[in-house]
Design a protein around this ligand. Structure first.
Ligand code: ACM
Ligand code: ZN
Length: 749
């Protein structure tokens, strides 16, 4: 009996604790949380107490509370300490951490006390406090805000917790960048890595070289469209100051020697060949880069960096260094002369010379450089910090050489990658400290960065890519591994969505949303499509283009089926906690004379792009808008030829084959497609050819039907031949590359 009562008491205590801890859903998770009895209530009489060093933070908090709840707090430095109902920001030495970002947040019934070694810590105490404020509906005009009593002791694992925003491939408005500064601060991140120069744009005004933004900030497409924008120095100062007020350091990235097409399009004499060049319109790696043998290159870059350091007080300046092909340097007399004069062995050492020279310049101005891991090749500049992106190898090598590192491998930290490859659990599982490092070497790991490259993400899609992945990432950067556990994090994230809603964040999915398993029935000529929902707590709505909404899963149900008796375009919409996500998926199903028919290929498909195997081209499931999604069948450097057996002589009114083009890749439409019919599989008669006008310089990814309308045509066998253009043309960044045809689906009507 006694045992039972002990058990029961323990159980009730646990339940109580769980219920209370569920009120505390702070992301990133603090190091230590003790839930206390009772509540503190903020009302219009609540005073904020601060001193000179924390006044800005007090105002910031008051503004946030007023903005969200229309509740004005009192703050008045001179009025002496009240006995209760106050929020005190107190700078004092913490006994458990000397970290400048550490804080102690204690919420009692009569007052809230945030103690920290430095204002940075006070600011993070305020962020935790903000994440404890109520988020139920009708926030406006709240008279009282109830906060749970709690004691939180917290400090970060890493000093460098960053996000790289590529504002070049797609431009982000100044206010959008400031909004991200707020979102980063809310999740206790402290670095904005601002990617400002690229092949496709130069986005920072340089007074000495005004043409950089007059010409280099805008790219022109074949159809006459111009895309661009830039930040004036005044706007940059505004952003940097705004970030500083949120304890975020802005580190500018000025790319060299590669990814510099916008600069050399403006000043072609800074290249090896003299150009001319256009500002890049395609994504990829451009071969024309700054000439390393030309002194004017260095004069130019030193002038540019001199203005850059006036705008950015950060210790670090990111100089890029990634993806700089050496093709032009190999053929350039000046570059080769430089190699001779400097006693270098090859073009990699020439790159090292280039980077080291820029480092020396920046060091002379009191700054340090960060470069991508390619700067290891040919010898690392003496004081450089390495940002490892091609896995963690670069970070390991650099740390073992005694250099500081930022660890941000594509595998876990690239949020431009689709959620299917880099989902929230995977991001959460990341540990920025490579296990290969010993205790001394680990000290060189400054931290990590998420990367938001924007080739395929215009500003309006950034939220979808970054959220909720950035929640997991903020915990990777802040919280120690011993405190990390995915499922409790996932539950906190579910609560956190309401806070993101308040902040207007259009978050996307946590993982691949579903697996579709279509079964085609030859006799009834219909599909039964099974939907297995892979993301927990996700509602999936099936909407037919022809029939409208068809069905959705009841709460908690993770598998359902729907049927199709005719070709249809199905939109899958998602909702979380009653809110429909901005992102939806479209899938096309085709029921036609070829569906389920046997296909014989003359040239085999690539093992890299099977499209799902031998039946992929007539499975009735059409390839999606992403040729890498597994639904497309790929043919590298071969033509495509297929024969479809319709099993009996059949009337044929239209033949279609779908192809893909993606100018930033090696995937290109065929030169033409020719169609043939036969009754006996021996004698084929050509019935027509189709080709498409398209602009390879258009960066969009495009799938198109190559369709041929027919009359009075019949046959049992239909053959299609698509001509592979084989080589990528000269003006393409991948010039000379081997062309892939991507095929899906064969449709015969
Ligand atoms: C990179 O993604 N090229 C650093
Ligand atoms: Zn050169």
């Amino acid at each position: 009996m006694k045992n039972l009562s002990v058990l029961l008491t323990a159980f009730l205590l646990t339940m109580n604790l769980t219920a209370q801890i569920n009120k505390i859903n702070i992301i990133p998770k603090p190091q230590e949380i003790k839930v206390l009895d009772g509540n503190f209530i903020i009302n219009s009489s609540t005073r904020i107490l601060f001193d000179d060093k924390t006044e800005m933070i007090a105002k910031y908090f008051a503004d946030e509370v007023e903005g969200l709840y229309e509740l004005k707090l009192k703050f008045d430095k001179s009025s002496g300490k009240p006995v209760d109902n106050f929020i005190e920001l107190r700078l004092a030495k913490l006994d458990y951490s000397s970290n400048k970002e550490a804080y102690h947040l204690n919420i009692a019934k009569d007052r809230i006390l945030i103690t920290a070694n430095e204002p940075n810590g006070i600011f993070y105490g305020i962020q935790s406090l903000r994440q404890l404020l109520p988020v139920e509906k009708d926030l406006k005009n709240k008279k009282e805000l109830t906060l749970p009593a709690v004691d939180i002791k917290d400090f970060p694992r890493f000093v460098h917790r960053g996000l790289n925003l590529d504002c070049c491939r797609h431009f982000m408005e100044k206010d959008f960048v400031k909004r991200y500064i707020d979102l980063l601060a809310y999740h206790k991140m402290n670095v904005l890595h601002w990617h400002l120069t690229e092949d496709q744009a130069w986005r920072i005004e340089i007074k000495k070289y005004p043409e950089l933004t007059e010409i280099g900030a805008f790219r022109k497409y074949d159809d006459g469209t111009v895309y661009g924008g830039f930040y004036t120095q005044e706007e940059i100062k505004e952003v940097v100051e705004y970030a500083a007020s949120r304890f975020i350091t802005v580190i500018p990235e000025i790319e060299l020697p590669g990814h510099s097409t916008a600069a050399i399009a403006t000043y072609p004499h800074l290249s090896c060949t003299g150009g001319p060049f256009d500002v890049g319109t395609l994504w990829g790696i451009y071969k024309d880069i700054y000439c390393a043998g030309n002194e004017e290159t260095f004069t130019f870059l030193e002038d540019v960096l001199s203005e850059v350091i006036e705008l950015f007080p950060s210790t670090y300046i990111h100089i890029g260094g990634d993806e700089a092909p050496k093709d032009r340097w190999k053929e350039c007399a000046k570059c080769q002369q430089r190699i001779k004069d400097e006693g270098l062995t090859d073009e990699h050492e020439l790159q090292s010379y280039f980077i080291t020279r820029m480092e020396r310049f920046l060091n002379s101005k009191g700054r340090q450089i960060i470069g991508w891991d390619e700067i290891l090749e040919g010898g690392l500049a003496p004081g450089a910090t390495v940002q490892s992106w091609r896995g963690t190898k670069g970070a390991i090598e650099a740390a073992k050489m005694g250099h500081d590192v930022i660890v941000s491998p594509t595998s876990h930290c690239y949020f431009d990658y689709p959620i299917e490859t880099t989902d929230v659990p995977k991001v959460y599982s990341f540990d920025p400290v490579p296990p290969e490092l010993d205790a001394e070497e680990v000290k060189h790991v400054l931290g990590t960065e998420g990367n938001m490259w924007t080739e395929y993400a215009p500003q309006e899609e950034i939220d979808d890519r970054l959220f909720p992945r950035l929640l997991a990432f903020s915990e990777v950067a802040w919280t120690y591994p011993a405190e990390k556990d995915y499922e409790p994090f996932r539950l906190r994230m579910q609560q956190h969505y309401k806070r993101l809603d308040c902040l207007g964040v259009e978050y996307g999915l946590e993982s691949k949303p579903f697996e579709l398993i279509p079964t085609y029935n030859q006799f009834s000529r219909s599909f039964l499509i099974q939907v297995d929902i892979l993301q927990k707590d996700l509602s999936v709505y099936v909407i037919s283009k022809h029939k409208g909404p068809m069905m959705s899963n009841p709460l908690g149900v993770t598998r359902f089926n729907f049927g199709l008796t005719e070709s249809d375009e199905i939109k899958f919409q998602f909702s979380k906690g009653g809110k429909v996500l901005a992102k939806s998926y479209i899938r096309n199903f085709s029921i036609n004379k070829a569906t389920g028919s046997k296909v014989v290929l003359t040239y085999p498909y690539s093992e890299r792009f099977t499209g799902g195997g031998d039946n992929a081209l007539t499975d009735g499931v059409r390839g999606t808008s992403n040729y890498r999604d597994g639904s497309w069948q790929g043919f590298g450097m071969t033509d495509f030829e297929a024969i479809v057996d319709l099993e009996s002589v059949t009337d044929i009114n239209k033949i279609t084959v779908g192809f893909f083009t993606a100018s930033s890749s090696l995937v290109v439409f065929p030169e033409y497609v020719e169609y043939f019919v036969s009754d006996d599989k021996e004698n084929f008669k050509s019935v027509g050819k189709v080709s498409k006008e398209f602009s390879l310089r258009d960066p969009t990814w495009l799938s198109e039907d190559f369709s041929l309308e027919l009359s009075n045509t019949s046959g049992r066998y239909v053959k299609m031949f698509a001509k592979n253009p084989l080589t990528v043309p000269d003006w393409h960044p991948a010039a000379g590359g081997k062309v892939w045809l991507m095929v899906d689906e064969i449709v015969i009507e």
